[in-house]
Write a protein that binds this ligand. Structure first.
Ligand code: AMP
Length: 317
C-alpha cells in the first residue's frame, strides 16, 4: 500500500494535504511533515498543507494558502476518519484522494485508504511511509513526526505504542540525531496559569461512585485563569492514573464557536461508541464530542457512568 501511495504522490504535480478540524499536534505534524517530505523529494511539485491553524502549535510550522485549483490535484487527508471532520477540503472536488489514518474506520472518504487503527499516531504511519518508499526526510521533518507521535501517545503511555513504534523512533533517532530534551521543552513548557487551572480541576472534579471523573470548565473559569479554551480542554490528558477514576472528561465551553467541547479518556471501558451517540467519536480510549449545552454534556456523562457501571459488573471490579 505504501508503494501505491508513493506512486500517486509521484504522479501529481499538485498535492493538497488536509487533516481534521480542531487541530492537534499529531494531525498537524503528520500533515506538515508529509508536505515537507514531498517538497524535499520533489522540489518541482506544488504542495499545500491546508486548514485552520492554532497559535499554540506554531512551533510545528506554517500552513499554506490554497489557490483553489482542484484540477489534476491530489488530496491527502491525514488523521481523519470521516468526511464531516476534514478541515477545509472535500475529497470529491479533487482528481484523486488518499486517506492516511489511525482511527477506527468510520466511513470511506478517499479513493485510496491506508488505515492502521493500532498505530500510535498518524505521524507514526507517515514515518513508516517515508521508511518504506523513496520519500526523503531531514532532521526537521523527523522532529515534527516525533512530536506528533509523542503527543498522541502521551509520551508512549498507551498500548498503541508497539514494538514497531519503538523501532521507528529508534531508527529516526539514529539517523537524524534530534534532541529529545529540546523537543520536550517546546512541547511541555507552559504558562503558570495553565498549571493553576490544572490545580483547580484536581480540586473540583466531580467523581461518581462508578469511577467517572468530570469537570465543567465554563467561559468564566477560562477567563478567570487567563487560559485559552483549547488549552483547557487539552488538560484531559493530565488526569490519567487516578486510582478512583477509570473514565474522565473535561467539558469546556467554547464561546467563540458557540459549542461545548467534551474530551473523554478511559483506562477501562471503550468510550468511542458512547461519544458517537452525541455527535462525537474517536479512539476506544480517547474520544471527544461537540455538544450545544452543558445539559447535553451531562447526558453524555450519565451515559458514560452507566457504561462504567456495566463494565465494573462484567469485570467484577
Ligand atoms: P480530544 O479529546 O479533542 O483530544 O479528542 C480525542 C479523540 O476524539 C481524537 O481522536 C479526535 O479525533 C476524536 N474526537 C474529538 N472530538 C470529536 C468529535 N466531535 N467527533 C468525532 N471525533 C472526535
Amino acid at each position: 500500500m505504501f508503494k501505491k501511495i508513493y506512486k500517486e504522490i509521484k504522479k501529481y504535480d499538485r498535492i493538497v494535504i488536509a487533516r481534521h478540524i480542531g487541530v492537534d499536534p499529531d494531525a498537524l505534524a503528520s500533515q506538515l511533515a508529509l508536505r515537507d517530505s514531498i517538497r524535499l523529494s520533489f522540489p518541482e511539485k506544488k504542495v499545500f498543507a491546508i486548514g485552520t491553524g492554532s497559535a499554540k502549535f506554531t512551533y510545528l510550522g506554517k500552513l499554506d494558502k490554497f489557490d483553489d485549483v482542484y484540477e489534476n490535484t491530489l488530496l491527502i487527508v491525514t488523521d481523519t476518519p470521516d468526511r464531516k471532520r476534514i478541515d477545509s477540503a472535500d475529497p470529491d472536488m479533487f482528481t484523486s484522494s488518499i486517506k492516511i489514518d489511525h482511527h477506527p474506520f468510520v466511513e470511506k472518504t478517499c479513493e485510496l485508504e491506508y488505515i492502521d487503527d493500532i498505530a500510535s499516531s498518524a505521524s507514526e504511519i507517515v514515518m513508516q511511509l517515508i521508511e518504506e518508499t523513496k520519500l526523503e526526510c531531514n532532521k526537521e521533518i523527523a522532529e515534527t513526526l516525533f512530536i506528533g507521535l509523542v503527543s498522541d501517545s502521551n509520551r508512549f503511555l498507551f498500548d498503541s505504542c508497539g514494538s514497531n513504534t519503538f523501532l521507528l523512533v529508534s531508527k529516526y533517532l539514529e539517523k537524524y540525531k534530534f534532541s529529545i530534551n529540546k523537543i520536550y521543552q517546546k512541547m511541555y513548557v507552559r504558562p503558570l496559569c495553565e498549571v493553576r487551572l490544572e490545580g483547580y480541576i484536581s480540586l473540583n472534579m466531580t467523581v461518581t461512585d462508578n469511577g467517572l471523573g468530570y469537570i465543567k470548565i465554563t467561559d468564566k473559569i477560562i477567563n478567570d485563569f487567563g487560559v485559552d479554551s483549547a488549552a483547557a480542554g487539552n488538560m484531559v490528558n493530565n488526569f490519567n492514573f487516578i486510582n478512583e477514576v477509570l473514565v474522565w472528561a473535561t467539558i469546556t465551553e467554547d464561546v467563540k464557536n458557540n459549542q461545548i467541547r467534551v474530551s473523554i479518556r478511559s483506562r477501562g471501558p471503550e468510550i468511542n461508541k458512547v461519544a458517537e451517540k452525541y455527535n462525537g467519536g474517536g479512539h476506544k480510549f480517547a474520544s471527544g464530542a461537540k455538544v450545544k449545552t452543558f445539559d447535553d454534556a451531562i447526558l453524555l456523562m450519565n451515559d458514560l457512568d452507566k457504561t462504567l457501571k456495566n463494565y465494573k459488573i462484567k469485570n467484577n471490579i
